[in-house]
Ligand binder design. Structure first.
Ligand code: SAH
Ligand code: SF4
Ligand code: F3S
Length: 447
C-alpha cells in the first residue's frame, strides 16, 4: 500500500481542510505515516497570511525537495493558500513540486494526485504542471472529512471573505463570502452528534455575515447567523456550539441575545480588534471605531455572565504612530480581553496596505508586539484567576499533555488540566484551584 504524509499550517479553516485532504487521500488507497521520509506522497496544506508562515513552509518544502532527490518517485503536492496567492511565482520558487491547488479547488485533489503520479506532460496547469487555479464554486463545505478528534468537530458554515481589510490576503486566496445552506449544515451537525460528537465549532471568516449572500442572491428565506444558531441549538443534537470568527461590524444585538439565551451556545466570542486607533482602523478598512468596538464588548458582557471575549491584534500597521499604538493599549485594557493573538504586521503583496508609504520599521513593530503580549498576558491571567475557587463545566477531551491527569475545556474555551475520574467525551464539573495565563488546574467536583 502507498503511504502519505500530511502537514497543515494556518487557521482552523485550514485544519478542517486537512481533515478533508486526509479523507480524499485515504479514499485513493493511501495510508498515513507520521514522518515525511516514510511517505510516497507528501502533502503540505499551506497558509500565507504572514511572511513568517511562508518562511516556515519554505523550510518544510526544502526538506521535501531533498527527499525527492533521494527518491524521485516521491510525489510532492501543495494545497492551501500559498500556491493560490500566486501560482506562477510559486512554481518558479518550488519547481520540484508535482502539483498544487488552492482552497477553492480542494474537491479536485484526487484528480491532482492521479495526474501527479502519471508520466509528466499529462496534465495542464501553470508552467505545464498539474495545478488547478481557476475560480470554481467552493465545494469544500460539502466535502467529507476524516475527523481528527472524537468528541469535537468543525463545521464550515461559510467560505471566503468579502471584507478586503487592507492588510489581508484571505479574500484573494479564499474567494468571496459564500454561505452554505442551513439544511445541509443542520444535517451535518446531526450526523456528527449521532457519531458521538459533543461540541461543534462553526467556521467562517466572518460568521456574522452568514446568509447575507444567499439573501442578496434572491433567497429571501435564507437564515441569518442568529437564526442558524437557534436552529442548531434546537435540533442539532450536540451539547456545545461555538463559532468563529466574528467581525465586530456585524455583531448584532440578536446575536448577543442568542449567546445569552441558548443553552448550547458557549460563552465565548472571538472578536478581532486589530487596532484601537480610529485612524489605523479606517486605514485597515475595518468599518468600526474603537468606541463602537467597546460598546459591542459592553453589550456582550452585560448580557452574558462569564463571557470570554478574545481578540486578534496587529502591531505596526503602516503609518501607526506611537500615539496610535498607545490607543490600542488603552482599548485592550478597557476591553479586558480574556485572551489574544498578537501579530507583527506583515506586508502581503497585492493587498492595499502593502503599497502604503510609511511602513513601520521592523524593530518598532517587534517592540510594540512585545508590549501587546505583556499586556494581553496580564489580562488573561487576571481573567483566569477569577475562576479559582469556582466550578467550571468541562468537556473532557482525554489525558493531559503531561499524562498525570485529564484535560478538557471550559465553555469559555480555556484548557483545564485536572485530576479525578471522568470519561473522555463527558461533561463534568471541575473545582478550579489554580490558574496561569493560558490554562486552569483543578479536580472533579463532588456534587
Ligand atoms: N477572518 C478573521 C481572521 C483572519 S486572519 C477575521 O477577520 O478576524 C487571522 C488574523 O491574522 C487576523 O485577525 C489578523 O489579526 C491577522 N492578520 C491578517 N493579515 C495580517 C497581516 N498582513 N499581517 C499581520 N497580521 C495579519
Ligand atoms: Fe481578512 Fe478582514 Fe476578511 Fe478577516 S474580515 S479574513 S481580516 S479581510
Ligand atoms: Fe492562512 Fe489561508 Fe487561513 S492564508 S490564516 S490558511 S485562510
Amino acid at each position: 500500500m502507498r503511504t502519505y504524509y500530511l502537514r497543515s499550517f494556518g487557521c482552523q479553516m485550514n485544519e478542517h481542510d486537512a481533515e478533508r485532504i486526509r479523507y480524499a487521500l485515504e479514499a485513493e488507497g493511501l495510508a498515513p505515516v507520521p514522518a515525511p521520509d516514510e511517505a510516497d506522497v507528501l502533502v503540505y496544506n499551506t497558509c500565507t497570511v504572514r511572511r513568517s508562515a511562508d518562511d516556515r513552509i519554505a523550510g518544510h518544502l526544502s526538506e521535501a525537495a531533498r527527499l525527492k532527490r533521494e527518491d524521485p518517485a516521491r510525489v510532492v503536492l501543495v494545497t492551501g493558500c500559498l500556491p493560490q496567492s500566486g501560482p506562477g511565482a510559486f512554481f518558479r520558487r518550488f519547481p520540484f513540486v508535482d502539483g498544487a491547488l488552492g482552497p477553492q479547488n480542494l474537491h479536485r485533489l484526487p484528480e491532482l494526485l492521479r495526474a501527479a503520479v502519471e508520466p509528466a506532460g499529462q496534465a495542464g496547469g501553470p508552467s505545464g504542471r498539474p495545478g488547478f487555479f481557476e475560480d470554481g464554486p467552493d465545494l469544500s463545505g460539502e466535502l467529507p472529512g476524516r475527523r481528527a478528534r472524537p468528541f469535537q468537530a468543525w463545521v464550515q458554515v461559510m467560505s471566503g471573505c468579502s471584507n478586503f481589510c487592507s492588510y489581508c490576503i484571505v479574500p484573494y486566496v479564499r474567494g468571496p463570502e459564500r454561505s452554505r445552506d442551513a439544511a445541509a449544515i443542520l444535517a451535518e451537525v446531526q450526523a456528527l452528534a449521532a457519531d458521538g460528537v459533543r461540541e461543534v465549532t462553526l467556521l467562517g471568516q466572518n460568521v456574522n455575515a452568514y446568509g447575507l449572500d444567499l439573501r442578496r442572491a434572491g433567497r429571501g428565506d435564507a437564515l441569518d447567523f442568529a437564526s442558524l444558531l437557534r436552529l442548531l441549538d434546537a435540533e442539532g443534537g450536540v451539547s456545545r456550539l461555538r463559532f468563529m470568527t466574528s467581525h465586530p461590524k456585524d455583531l448584532c444585538d440578536d446575536l448577543v441575545a442568542v449567546v445569552a439565551e441558548l443553552p448550547t451556545v458557549c460563552e465565548h466570542v472571538h472578536l478581532p480588534l486589530q487596532s484601537g486607533s480610529d485612524t489605523v482602523l479606517a486605514a485597515m478598512r475595518r468599518a468600526y471605531t474603537a468606541d463602537a468596538f467597546l460598546e459591542r464588548v459592553a453589550a456582550l458582557r452585560a448580557a452574558v455572565p462569564d463571557i470570554s471575549v478574545t481578540t486578534d491584534l496587529i502591531a505596526g500597521f503602516p503609518g501607526e504612530s506611537e500615539a496610535d499604538f498607545a490607543a490600542t493599549l488603552e482599548v485592550v485594557r478597557a476591553a479586558r480581553f480574556e485572551g489574544a493573538f498578537t501579530f507583527v504586521y506583515s506586508a502581503r503583496e497585492g493587498t492595499a496596505a502593502a503599497a502604503l508609504p510609511e511602513q513601520v520599521p521592523e524593530d518598532v513593530r517587534r517592540e510594540r508586539v512585545e508590549r501587546l503580549i505583556d499586556l494581553t498576558q496580564e489580562l488573561a491571567l487576571a481573567a483566569n484567576r477569577r475562576w479559582v475557587g469556582r466550578r467550571a463545566e468541562i468537556l473532557v477531551e482525554g489525558p493531559s499533555r503531561h499524562g498525570d491527569g485529564l484535560r478538557g475545556r471550559t465553555r469559555q474555551n480555556v484548557t483545564v488540566n485536572f485530576t479525578g475520574c471522568a470519561q473522555p467525551g463527558t461533561i463534568v464539573e471541575v473545582e478550579i484551584e489554580a490558574a496561569t495565563s493560558t490554562t486552569l488546574r483543578g479536580r472533579t467536583a463532588r456534587s
